[in-house]
Design a protein around this ligand. Sequence first.
Ligand code: SF4
Ligand code: SF4
Length: 135
Amino acid sequence: MLPETIAIKARNSISNYCVDECKAFCCRKGYLELSSKEMRLAIGSMQGELEHAGFLTEVKNNEFILNMSAPNGCPSLRNDKCLIHLNIGRSSACKKFPIFISNNIVRFSARCPAVGANKFYSYISKFKKLGFIIE
Ligand code: SF4
Ligand code: SF4
C-alpha cells in the first residue's frame, strides 16, 4: 500500500472519535495558515469580522493566519464537523492533519488526542514495515 493511502485510511479511521470524543479540538485551537483562496473557502463572508476582531491576519500578500481560538473556532466548523471536508480546495494542513509524510519520515502531531490515545497503532506498524521513521 502507498504511504499516502495508509495515511488517508488512518485519518478516516478516527472520524467518529474526532466528532464524538475529541469534538474537533484541532478546529478550535491553534493557528492555521491559509492562502487567500483557502481563506475565502473556509471563512467566506466572515473575513472582515474576523480581521476586525484580530482573529485573522494577512501576514504576506495573499497569505493569512487564522487564530482558531475565535469564539466558535474555525468558521467552517458546525456541530464539530467540517462543512467543507469534501472540498478539494480545503487547506492542505486540514487535509493532512494529524499525519504528515515527508521523505522517509511520518510525523504524528502531538496536538491530536487520537495520537495520545494510540488510535493509530496499526497504521504506525504499516508505515514501519515500509521503512518509514515515525516521529
Ligand atoms: S485533534 Fe485529532 S482527534 Fe481531534 S478532531 Fe483533530 S484530528 Fe480528530
Ligand atoms: S476548514 Fe474544516 S478542517 Fe480546517 S480548521 Fe476549518 S473546520 Fe477544521
